[in-house]
Structures are given as C-alpha cells and as structure tokens.
Design a protein around this ligand. Structure first.
Ligand code: BES
Ligand code: MN
Ligand code: ZN
Length: 486
C-alpha cells in the first residue's frame, strides 16, 4: 500500500473512500463541515443510534458527489478517555479489515480526530497496515480487493513522516514474519529459513552451522531432535552491528519447521498447524529486517536452531540421553518436548558472545494455551530488570505478556534418575517447568523466555491479525531493542 502525507482539505480530497475516525458520544466530532456537506446524514445516523462510534465499529456511506471522495467510512474509536495506542491500532485494523473485502482501493484518512491525543495517526495507520495482510502465495491470482493507496491528510507532514515510515517498516517486518510462518513445512525447511535469513541483507551477516560442525561443537540436544528427518538441520546465526561495539543482545528463536512430535507422535487432528513451530525463529528474522531497515545503532545476535521433528528409523527414542554443548546431559523422556532441547544448545552457544541480555522466543508448550489462551504471551526469566523492560515494551505494542514464576521447587519436576535433567516433567505445571528447564541452561546469563505457543497463531480474525500467523513478538522485540538506544 502506497502512503502519502497530503495537506489537502478533507472535502476536496478525491478517492474511493475518505476514512473518518470518530470517538463515541462526540456527535460529528471534528467533521462538522463534512456532515454539513453530506446534508447532515452522518450526524443523523449518530443521533438515531445507527452508528455509535463504538470501538471497531464501521459504517460506509456513499457521497453522491457531495464531496470529492466517492464514499466515507466512519470508523469508531470508542470512548475518548479510554483511548490508547492499542485501541487506536485496533480501530485502524477494523477499518482496513472492512475495506479489505471491498473494491475501494484508494483511501484517504483524516487525522483531525487525533489532535491532542496520546495515540497518533501512525498508530491507526499501523493497525491498517497489519490488518491488510494476506497470505496469497499459494492461490491463483485472486479477485483484486484491498487498499492500494492511502493519503494521510495532515498539515504536519514534518511531524508525521517519521512515525508513518516507522509504522510501514514494522508492518513490513511483521508481514515478512507471517509469510515465513504461514509457508508450509514442505517449502519452509531449515534450509529455506537459512535462505530467508540471508535475504535480509543490508547490514545483517549470516552464518550457518551445518550438521557435522554442530556435532563437533557438541550440540547433542539440537542434533537429537533432527535425527528423524531427511532435511539437514541448520543452526542459523545472524549478526547486526549498527556501528556499535557494545555487548550484544542475543535473540533466540525456536525454529522447528515441523513438529510431528517425533516418536512421541502427536495426534493427527490439528497436526497441520505444527508448521508454525518456527514462529519464534520467524519473529527473530522479522526483528532483524526491521532494525536493519531502520538502521538502529544496536548490536544484536540472532540464533535460530532450525530442524524438523519427525519420527523414523533413525529418530531419537524416548529414553535416549543427549549431551548438550554446555556438558549437561538430558534424558529425553518425550521426543515431543523438542523445543527445549534445541533451545538448551542455543542458550549454551549464546554464552560465547558474553551478551548483555538473552531473550528466547518459542512456541514451547501446549500448556501456554491452557493457562492464557490466545490473549497473552507467557514471560519468564532470571532477571527482574530485564523482565520489567520487556513488560514496558509490551505495554507499548499491545502484545500482552504475563510474568510466570520459576520457583526453585520446579527443579524436582525435571530431575532424572540417569541424566542431569529430563526433558519433560509431566502435565503438572508444564508451562513453567519448560521455562525452568531453560533456566538451567541460562545460568550466568541475564535471560528471559517468551512462550508464544498460544499467540503466534490465531484461528479467528483479530482486529489487526487476520487468521493464521500473527507475527507476535516482532513489534515487542523491536520496541524492546529500540528502547535501549539512548
Ligand atoms: N510445539 C509444541 C508446543 C505447541 C503446542 C505449540 C500447541 C503450539 C501449539 C511443543 O514442542 C510440544 O509439543 N510441547 C509439549 C511438551 C510436553 C510433551 C512435555 C506440550 O506442551 O504438550
Ligand atoms: Mn513438540
Ligand atoms: Zn514444538
């Protein structure tokens, strides 16, 4: 979608549709002139209660030549005193979702309503851009619908240009991540993920540790997961150094390109969705795309331990013991608890960077969905100040996180009779015992863990995340990193 900031008057702006964001109980709001030009229709509808400007409510009116645009879209923002950047993003998402299924392709957005508000037109636009997303790669050319251009009507071009550009870069990064995740596992192999990492270009260097080298380095847990698959595993490392020689932040993304469960095979119902088990790695790639596009002065390392988890004659068996890069051994009770295995080696590897902080992002447990549903990311870690900084970023981006405990008592849950640890503690507390398992490999690091198992995918359309991969974590981690730029 092409975005231009334009200093033209609403009434004189041509196009298919003029979007008018409006707060609840404010009459025609700042649109008295347009209401008048339209013969008082908008206000009459509001007065009658046919349009209440409730949050995410939309109504399309045709203008029959009374103003330059062919139609206006009233976009409800809800109550003004409850407005936040997130409610505004959602309202933008609702407006774009409405237009997505019409042939109104050229839109203009009035920004009058946002005067004196905490939230900005850029928030509304970001919601629009995120909602616009479609995964059309595997479909024949679809009937062309959806927005092609957006004129942002404002006199403050200087003020708005940078935040609008930023919204575009971030929405592009989220779209990039969603594409990677939505791509089926026959195409999104570990090798394809490595290629995607290399495609980011501009300031991002990529190194891929192949299987033999991973074995030599002692990544026995990572290798154990890959053994049932014909697809060669790839331990993908990215580095972005925006002119900074500081200690890096390391982002680790779980990258299981397909999780069948392995020998501890999953039930077939819903198994097709396990292509999204690389959503953590996909999110990390989106973050690298955005920070390199924004040229942020940061030093960031990305680690994507990428492999499939399949059963087969060469697959790891329950009861097998793997030796990790850190020297700790793991009894593999359940081959379906593979995420923590690859992350154990990724955390061990991360130590060589002497990082300022390490954040892993992973579709780690089914229990995450039991605990929080699709409404929050489970957040855990060993450093409260790091947790607090992630929570700050989370409040800004609307990607909700909830801090879960890692009590010392959980250690007993994952004690093995024959190895240093076992990879499954059973049902009880399995969201946090998975976190605790990771903590055992994060000693000496300032570390946090994001379990995105229940938020990385949505089965229903959300205000700015259509069905499928959401790209959760991309905006959150960009915000977290950007906040560290002083
Ligand atoms: N990738 C799954 C977790 C998952 C489940 C993500 C549903 C998204 C949706 C993970 O590898 C897994 O299978 N976890 C098991 C661990 C258990 C065997 C200890 C789980 O949570 O059931
Ligand atoms: Mn699994
Ligand atoms: Zn998994």
């Amino acid at each position: 979608m092409q975005i231009n900031i334009k200093d033209t008057e609403e009434i004189k702006t041509q196009g298919d549709v003029l979007i008018l964001p409006l707060f609840e109980s404010t009459g025609a709001g700042p649109f008295g002139d347009i209401n008048e030009a339209l013969g008082g229709l908008p206000l009459a509808l509001i007065k009658k209660g046919d349009f209440k400007a409730q949050h995410k409510e939309t109504m399309l009116l045709f203008t029959y030549g009374k103003i330059a645009a062919s139609a206006v879209l009233l976009a409800g923002l809800g109550p003004r005193d409850k407005a936040t950047p997130e409610t505004i993003r959602q309202a933008g998402g609702a407006a774009a979702s409405y237009l997505k299924n019409t042939r109104l392709a050229n839109a203009a957005l009035s920004t009058r309503t946002f005067d004196g508000l905490d939230a900005t037109p850029a928030d509304f636009i970001q919601g629009m851009l995120l909602a616009q997303y479609r995964f059309g790669v595997y479909k024949k050319e679809e009937d062309k619908k959806g927005l092609e251009s957006l004129a942002v009507l404002s006199r403050k071009e200087k003020e708005l240009a940078a935040p609008v550009k930023k919204a575009e870069i971030i929405a592009d990064a989220v779209g990039f991540t969603r594409n990677l995740i939505n791509t089926p596992a026959n195409d999104m192999t570990p090798a394809a993920l490595a290629e995607a990492a290399k495609s980011i270009g501009a300031g991002v260097s990529v190194q891929v540790i192949e299987k033999d080298e991973a074995i030599k380095l002692g990544m026995g847990a990572f290798i154990a997961v890959s053994k049932g698959s014909m697809e060669p595993p790839k331990f993908i490392i990215l580095e972005y150094k925006g002119g900074m020689d500081k200690k890096p932040v390391v982002l680790i993304g779980k990258s299981i390109t397909f999780d069948s469960g392995g020998i501890s095979i999953k039930p077939s119902e819903g198994m097709e969705k396990m292509k999204y088990d690389m959503a953590g790695g996909g999110a990390v790639l989106g973050v690298f795309k955005a920070i390199s596009d924004m040229k942020l002065p940061l030093h960031v390392i990305g680690i994507l331990p990428a492999t499939e988890n399949l059963p087969g004659g060469t697959a790891t068996r329950p009861g097998d013991i793997a030796r990790t890069i850190s020297g700790k051994t793991i009894e593999i009770i359940n081959t379906d608890a593979e995420g923590r295995l690859v992350l154990a080696d990724a955390l061990g590897y991360a130590k060589k960077y002497e990082p300022a902080a390490v954040i892993d992002i992973a579709t780690l447990t089914g229990a995450c969905d039991i605990a929080l549903g699709g409404e929050a990311v489970a957040l855990m870690g060993n450093d409260d100040s790091l947790i607090a900084r992630i929570q700050d970023a989370s409040r800004k981006t609307g990607e909700r996180t909830w801090h879960m405990p890692l009590f010392d008592e959980y250690k007993d849950y994952i004690k093995s009779d024959v190895a240093d640890l076992k990879n499954s503690g059973g049902r009880s507390g399995s969201l946090v015992t998975a976190g605790y398992f990771l903590k055992e490999f994060a000693n000496g690091l300032s570390w946090a863990h994001l379990d995105i198992a229940s938020t990385a995918w949505t089965d229903k359309d959300r205000p700015y995340s259509p069905k499928g991969a959401t790209g959760i974590g991309v905006r959150l981690l960009i915000e977290f990193l950007a906040a560290g730029v002083k």
